[in-house]
Design a protein around this ligand. Sequence first.
Ligand code: FAD
Length: 451
Amino acid sequence: STNWLQKVDTEFEKEVINKKEKYVKRMSQDYYWYSPILREQLTDRFGDCVLSPRSEKELIDIIKFAVRYKVPIVVRGGGTGNYGQIVPLKGGIVLDTSRLTNVIYIEKGAGTFQAGVKLGTIERLLKESDQELRFFPSTYLKSTVAGFIAGGTGGIGSIEYGTLWDEGNILSLTILTMEETPRKQLVQSKEELAQYIHSYGISGIILEATLALAPRTNWVDLFVHFTGLDQALLFSEKVANDPIIKKRLVSVCEAPLSAAFRPIETFTNARTATVLLQIDSCHIEKVKQQVENDGGTIAASFSEYIKKHKLRSSDFSWNHVTLWWLNRHPTDTYLQGRFDPRDYLSQVRTLKKVYQDEVLIHFEWIKAGGKVVPNSQPIIRFTTIERLQEIIATFRECGIKVSNPHTYVLEEGGKDDWIDAICDAKMHNDPFDLLNPGKTNRLALAGDQIV
Ligand code: FAD
């Protein structure tokens, strides 16, 4: 605290304390600043210290200590979440998992990893067995296996394999409970897994995860230009739904979004809508034919350029589109929503009619529950919070299921289907409400049972 700092009399000690404070503050932050609303709410929320266990035993000792003294714990993976998921609302311990990096085993079709193993590390290791992750977020280099499961949804590969909730992607989780004597639980069924997926770590601490793996594919990156957004969307829908074309990414950006992709700016054009694809090399000719039929133009030697410069198309998809745009336009923001696959074109047209360039469309085609659907992370040219809320309301009126990225409250973020299951697990596993407290409103209602 400041009082304590005033009592320190040497410059050296002051410097050490300042450095520690800066470190704790940095480790208490994620990418909540994408949202002007969360920027106002979370900028001065920090933990009191960071603890980085090196083993399961050290992790269990920290849990025992925290339960004994009723200290909150927020678990931190790579810190790439978007909604203040790791920002401690009630201080306490930021539990950094970056040293829990054991690879337990990798075999054909499955691998088990400790919580803090980075997805980029897994991708690298899997090359040896000619395998790859089924899907990963565009932040795969920094994000951890448990952080993705407890904070993410899907990513590059979801067009083939679906999301974290789709059966067969996460095979099991080992969970530690937040009790005086922590219990170690193996969860495997779809219903049990749903208690921990996208849970912001409020219902238990993931120690290990077993993921299903995919056979390695020779992917080719294509960057396709279209003069109009409708053309780009119709083309992308055909590729997304084509059962023969094996693909890992079908990402659409309205003009001028791609012009913000600095590392590939020689290929971009502020006047065209673009479709970024990652396609199995065996199916490239079929896709090229479709591009020609639909009036698109493939950017020549894009794939070679990406490889040569050690880039990945994932760097220009999913929420990286937002990141590149915000680099150039720091006062703008974004939304997340699932359009209706049968009606998405008219939903887009309505939005464009009402908001013109105030809403810039960005689609990621994915599979969810076995259906191909247009997921979307449109850019919003931000003016005021009232206007942003009006835009969110219009999205909902058009029938778009909004996952609101401007709230840190779990159930308000649009993944409310599983909130009862998550809260049930929290009641059993965290009787003192110490895990990431304040991230759900449900427990405020059920508070008597928790403490
Ligand atoms: P963190 O941000 O550290 O944590 C996320 C949540 O998980 C927190 O609530 C944390 O408390 C909890 N948690 C972490 N470790 C544990 C544990 N061991 N036990 C229990 N809970 C735990 N998301 C996607 O789904 N797909 C994308 O393509 C995608 N792209 C993104 C692009 C950008 C530029 C940014 C900024 C974000 C993106 N995200 C995406 C969101 C985020 O990057 C992912 O969800 C990521 O996988 C989170 O991993 P992490 O290790 O950084 O988790």
